[in-house]
Ligand binder design. Structure first.
Ligand code: EPS
Length: 372
């Protein structure tokens, strides 16, 4: 089974990840992987750290002559800002961050908590996601994400294809498909910076080209929507995940909520609408998988909220260190990577083999069976 584990601290010397379960024979394009890491670093509203770092990973193992060997893939990232051993200790937990519970639970200084709970860890998750995207691409599966809301500013509602998302977000400073909304989002982030405040928002991820039947209806842990919700909620700052029309479904009649089934010789079974977000009964139904994630505003505030000094127990303002004002554009890139990982894992679970050749054979056989 596909699996990964990350190590490293935000200001440690290295961050690394081991990805196990990728078959042999997958082409590994390092320029593509490092391009994805650069995408994660971008977005209007990022803090000073991204000006210091130029994230890229090197291969530690599992790849020979630009192809996977089937062995665990090791990826290594060197932090330029590796000051963890000399950074001061922190005593005043930031409301909304891991500081308080993490410090009490692990019985250590907030510094150690902050270093590992930081969203910098997502650099490694994006590297993993990039490998998974390369894998999915081999089977015609494509993923794109975009920011749909920052604070109260949202895009006008419309369903877009992966290609449209990619075309319309090109060059956008906030990964937004609508230029007018983008301007309003940027003005709002500038206001947050001026007011020493932060902003959250929402992003949407769309995956196309999926076969019918990834996931399962027979076992709760294998439901693809449950897996997506789990991984997306593990993203730092995520507070809600919706599948398809999500919370809008609460106010619809059943007759308005569901996607009717059609059949044609060329398309096979299909739906004309996609309020289910491509998932029914915990399985992909052949339509695009659509998920939405809500991110809370960054917890590190330059105008800190009330807290308590954990040494003296006196009321004081929370500690502040350099941070982002809005990380939703970066969040949308991270979300793509997390979705790619879950889809690749589920794909491998269903069609798994040790080599790309074997998986291709299994996949083609299944497609023939479904079509027949
Ligand atoms: C991040 C790097 C961090 C933060 C941010 C994510 O850099 P530094 O702490 O050196 O400024 O900008 O971390 C957080 C949002 C957080 O809550 O910890 C990155 O590379 O994504």
């Amino acid at each position: 089974m596909l699996n990964y584990i990350t190590t490293g601290e935000s200001h440690g010397r290295y961050m690394a990840v081991i990805l196990e379960g990728m078959p042999s024979g997958l082409g590994v394009d390092m320029d593509y992987i490092n391009g994805e890491l650069r995408r994660r670093q971008g977005g209007f509203g990022r803090g000073g750290r991204q000006k210091i770092e130029a994230d890229y990973v090197e291969i530690m193992g599992g790849v020979i002559r630009k192809k996977t060997t089937g062995a665990p893939i090791g990826l290594l990232l060197k932090n330029k800002d590796h000051t963890v051993d000399v950074l001061p200790s922190i005593e005043r937990p930031r409301p909304g961050h891991a500081d308080l519970a993490g410090s009490l639970k692990y019985h250590q200084d907030i510094r150690a908590v902050l270093e590992r709970s930081s969203a910098r860890e997502t650099a490694m998750r994006v590297a993993v996601g990039a490998v998974c995207k390369l894998f999915l691409k081999e089977f015609g599966i494509d993923i794109a994400g975009h920011v749909t809301r920052i604070g109260p500013v949202a895009i006008p509602k419309e369903a877009l294809s992966v290609n449209e998302i990619r075309r319309l977000t090109k060059g956008s400073l906030v990964n937004c498909v609508c230029r007018k909304t983008e301007q309003a989002m940027i003005r709002l982030i500038e206001k947050a910076q001026k007011q020493k405040d932060t902003l959250g928002g929402k992003y949407e991820i769309r995956a196309e080209g999926l076969p019918i039947g990834l996931g399962s209806y027979v076992h709760y842990e294998r439901k693809i929507d449950a897996q997506l919700a789990q991984i997306l909620m593990s993203q730092q700052s995520a507070k809600a995940v919706e599948i398809g029309a999500g919370d809008q479904l609460a106010s619809l009649w059943g007759s308005e909520a569901h996607d009717e089934v059609f059949y044609s010789k060329t398309r096979g079974y299909y739906h004309k609408t996609n309020r289910a977000g491509g998932i029914e009964g915990g399985m992909t139904n052949g339509e695009a998988v659509v998920v939405k994630v809500t991110m809370k505003p960054i917890a590190t505030l330059a105008r800190p909220l009330s807290s308590v000094n954990m040494k003296t127990r006196k009321a004081e303002k929370a500690d502040f260190e350099r941070s982002d004002f809005c990380a939703v554009p970066a969040g949308s890139v991270i979300g793509e990577s997390l979705v790619a990982y879950v889809l690749a894992r589920s794909f491998l679970e269903k069609f798994g083999g040790d080599s790309m050749r074997e998986i291709r054979r299994n996949y083609d056989g299944y497609l023939r069976q479904v079509r027949a």
